[in-house]
Design a binder for this molecule. Structure first.
Ligand code: GLA
Length: 384
């Protein structure tokens, strides 16, 4: 039973993001519900308990997740001396996440990234969404998937310990058409990989673009900013934006620009260059165009020299948003009382392109009722 779940998940990874429904129907009933670890009470919200779940592997790597927003609250990985430290930004208590969180660690949906003017047309109908970011729609709206309760079930497979998160988004929620049933599985393997698998089905034609918004800082327990991290992006093009951070529609070659990360580059080396795109983003806040693939491919490699930590990001998505934490300004006090100063965390958000619902030349984000949306990304932790 467990083995078959593993192979079914593996098979799904090779499919493109939308595919025929029958393939996913086979996947039900494969759940092994063995409890893994005691979950701790993280807080209470709207009368419901917020619980924190823990995934561990044989190397001591540990990932914690709460059922509010599907938020990853911490990831402990070893540095080159074997010392386990936390490599993600977040809060010690629920109130931080409720009060003021720029999507720390959260699941993002129904549409990750921006939709111009919070409007799009689908099948002859115009849909109006919240304009929650300078007149644009960002990360699913006022109450996106980062601010809802997810049902969590602990799974265990030969692949590693896992959490299955489900959420049913109502027809019309945040202005989007169709009831959307979403499933996300976080799996921690003994090869120090955190796998994130997404699946969604809709009752009506809709748009979907799911992602994960963890802020990484590989120094461990946030010892400084992320400007000294080294980054490699497997992308020879990126999407230039206008000043509202909406893609212009052009795919621009990275060659000869500060957006060229085809060879490993220090993040801070060119971030303050005199460049209109860096000015609009206040640093890096852009989507890089990955080569198309139906199976997992390497998208990004992040390395931090003082700790020796290395993280590789694999995905089946066509894009990756690299956001260099430009809006962090020291006003947020995070875990262990650490002040999150400018650019102390960076996000590598695997996704379809921003504003795709309004840009028909971009890969489609439309999901029909007879299809299953599937996405998969893997974050692999090691040292160099
Ligand atoms: C995203 C956006 C950024 C910013 C952060 C949250 O990744 O691209 O512009 O809004 O979320 O602060």
């Amino acid at each position: 039973m467990k083995r078959s779940l593993f192979f079914i998940l593996l098979a799904c990874a090779t499919l493109s993001s939308c595919s025929n429904k029958t393939e996913s129907e086979d996947k039900s009933a494969e759940v092994d519900n063995t409890p893994l670890e005691e979950q701790a009470v993280f807080g209470t919200y709207q009368g419901n308990q917020v619980l924190e779940y823990k995934l561990t592997n044989q190397n001591g790597v540990e990932v914690k997740v709460i059922n509010y927003g599907g938020i990853i609250t911490s990831i402990l990985t070893p540095n080159k001396e074997g010392v386990l430290e936390d490599i993600v930004l977040g809060y010690d208590t629920l109130s931080g996440y409720l009060k003021d969180s720029p999507y720390f660690g959260a699941l993002i949906g129904r549409f990750g990234n921006r939709i111009a003017n919070g409007r799009f047309e689908l099948d002859g109908e115009v849909y109006v969404l919240a304009q929650n970011n300078n007149g644009q729609h960002l990360h699913g709206g006022l109450v996106g998937f980062d601010k809802v309760f997810w049902n969590i079930k602990e799974l265990s497979s030969e692949d590693g310990s896992a959490l299955e998160l489900t959420y049913s988004s109502k027809d019309g929620e945040e202005g989007y058409p169709g009831e959307l049933d979403v499933k996300v599985i976080y799996t921690l393997t003994d090869d120090n990989e955190l796998m994130v698998e997404y699946e969604a089905e809709t009752s009506k034609m809709t748009v979907v673009n799911l992602t994960q918004h963890t802020y990484f800082n590989l120094t461990g327990n946030v010892k400084g900013d992320i400007l000294g991290h080294h980054l490699k992006l497997e992308a020879d093009g990126f999407l230039p934006v206008d000043k509202s951070l909406i893609p212009t529609g052009e795919i621009r070659p990275v060659e000869g620009t500060p957006f060229d990360f085809l060879n490993e580059q220090v993040v801070g080396a060119r971030i303050n260059n005199n460049d209109q795109q860096l000015e609009y983003g206040m640093g890096y806040d852009h989507c890089w165009v990955l080569s198309a693939a139906d199976s997992l491919k390497l998208a990004a490699t992040l390395y931090e020299p003082t700790s020796g930590r290395l993280m590789e990001v694999f995905t089946i998505e066509p894009g990756i948003q690299f956001y260099s934490g430009n809006f962090l300004d020291g006003s947020l006090i995070g875990k262990d009382g650490v002040k999150y100063a400018h650019r102390t965390g960076l996000c590598l958000e695997t996704q379809h392109f921003p504003d795709s619902p309004n840009q028909p030349q971009f890969p489609s984000v439309v999901l029909n009722p007879d299809e299953v949306y599937r996405s998969k990304s893997v974050y692999k932790f090691s040292v160099r």
